[in-house]
Design a binder for this molecule. Structure first.
Ligand SMILES: Cc1ncc(COP(=O)(O)O)c(C=O)c1O
Length: 479
């Protein structure tokens, strides 16, 4: 459905209906609104343009008479043609182009979230990102000041990224995760999502089976789906994925897991489960893709070591990122794996975007080697822990007999499971009317669920408290 980001100028000499005719015909002629696109109802257009319905009726009559719009059976209006004069050249049929290509469109709910996250006025209780006030401004300023002294050039980098960053990551992975990885085992990517993308396009065949936790972050990524993979959700318990339910793995299958501070459930896979999972996968020749986006964000005690740390046979590919600990805008992530795998990914990366931002890579190197990063991380953990406690207290006060939820030991997420079969899409839309933007659980799952992913990393504690009260009053009505 077409949306409008324009309003007529009521002070202009040109009549309002003519401005609307011009706006709509220009959009169609420019190819922004492709043939077949549906216009909103006349009532919705009157609201969007802040004009009387009769003005819309006049404008629509004129546009219909040009032959560029047509009424459809349901009483709506569609774009019929993009030229009102036969002399006008025809632009390409973009609709045909747009609907080809491997990517599915995002789910409408995800499209709405992606759009509204950039509009002011919403309390964002689902956003999986640090709040702007948690961004380490002073630290970044300090590092940027030093950049001219430490950066010899900002040219293209080699397939694995900046060697200095590779060395810094290699040291950190060993120190913090017990992962033995030489710089030759590490490829810097433009975010860990790109790591996933590269793995799916250059290591997996179409139709390969990819096992994931259910629910998982994957459902909203749709990366594997777009690459033609056959996704298979495996249920979880309190200790993590119930791997013994993996059946029918073939030689080109793969397991994708988020063992630490899982997105969206916040769970941490126990040490025993990690060991048993690795041993199961090794026995069954099933490679593991371990996504450790939240591993460093623990509160009370360190989580068990990464699965990759116990991998002595090169069965695990590990993904890391700075998006959750620092800033997603840096677009820096890394893939750790056997040399042959990393080289192949690096080669394809060079064919794709010729390397991640070198500014971000120099900045991360400075940050990781300066010692300031650890001080910053300690502060961040403390802040997130406070926000978690605040959100949990608000849930206890408002949702006590309406839902159950986890107490996350790190990361960003509380997985709020509603007791009743509440229509979660309706809750999502009603919450929007109250200025709340939330992430309904069904965008993460293979089957219908009645859960909501709450992230305490974005909204400030006061807003979060208010938001949980409002959410409870919405859910209560369905109880
Ligand atoms: C589990 C997980 N992996 C990866 C990402 C994305 O990371 P990046 O920004 O490095 O692509 C996210 C972001 O939400 C995530 O939750």
């Amino acid at each position: 459905m077409i949306e409008f980001e324009w309003k007529p100028d009521k002070t202009a000499k040109t009549p309002i209906y003519r401005q609307i005719v011009k706006y709509i015909s220009d959009k169609i002629a420019a190819g922004d609104w492709v043939i077949g696109s549906r216009l909103p109802s006349q009532r919705a257009m009157a609201l969007a343009f802040d004009v009387n319905r009769s003005t819309i009726v006049t404008a629509m009559e004129e546009l219909l008479s040009y032959g560029i719009l047509e009424s459809d059976f349901g009483g709506g209006t569609r774009v019929k043609s993009n030229s009102w004069s036969l002399l006008m050249s025809q632009p390409p049929d973009w609709n045909k182009y747009i609907s080809s290509g491997p990517f599915h469109a995002n789910l409408p709910t995800i499209q709405t979230i992606n759009k509204l996250e950039f509009e002011p006025g919403y309390i964002r209780i689902g956003t999986g990102e640090l709040a702007p006030e948690l961004y380490p401004n002073k630290l970044v300023t300090k590092i940027f000041r030093r950049m001219p002294e430490v950066v010899p050039h900002l040219g293209y980098l080699g397939p694995l990224g900046l060697p200095e960053l590779g060395r810094a990551l290699s040291e950190r992975l060993q120190l913090e995760q017990g992962i033995e990885a030489d710089p030759a085992n590490i490829m810097v990517a433009s975010g860990s999502l790109q790591g996933l993308q590269l793995i799916s396009v250059c290591m997996l065949k179409r139709g390969s089976r990819v096992y994931t936790e259910a629910p998982t972050y994957l459902k909203s990524l749709q990366i594997f789906q777009s690459a033609g993979m056959n996704l298979c959700g495996i249920p979880m318990d309190e200790e993590g994925i119930k791997y013994w339910n993996i059946k029918g793995a073939s030689i080109d299958s793969l397991l994708y897991t988020i063992p630490t501070h899982h997105n969206p459930t916040g769970l941490v896979m126990s040490e025993e489960r990690r060991k048993a999972l690795l041993s199961f996968c090794q026995k069954n020749c099933l490679p593991v893709l371990e996504d450790d986006a939240y591993g460093q964000l623990w509160f009370e005690e360190k989580p068990p070591k990464a699965i990759k740390a116990s991998d002595k046979t090169g069965s695990v590919i590990y993904l890391g990122t700075v998006s959750k600990t620092m800033a997603p805008g840096l677009r820096i992530g890394w893939v750790v794996g056997p040399e042959a795998v990393v080289q192949r990914l690096g080669d394809v990366k060079m064919q794709t975007d010729y390397g991640a931002s070198s500014v971000s890579q120099w900045m991360m190197t400075e940050l990781l080697t300066s010692g300031d990063y650890d001080i910053y991380l300690d502060d961040l953990r403390r802040e997130l822990k406070g926000r978690r406690d605040n959100a949990l207290a608000a849930l206890r006060r408002n949702f006590n007999d309406m839902a159950t939820w986890n107490r996350p030991s790190g990361g960003f997420y509380i997985w709020l499971r509603l007791n009743k079969k509440v229509p979660i899409d309706k809750v999502f839309h009603e919450a929007l009317q109250h200025g709340l933007l939330l992430n309904p659980g069904n965008i993460y799952d293979y089957i219908e669920n009645h859960a909501i992913r709450i992230s305490y990393a974005y909204a400030d504690p006061e807003d979060m408290t208010k938001a949980i009260e409002i959410l409870a009053s919405i859910v209560e009505k369905y109880d």
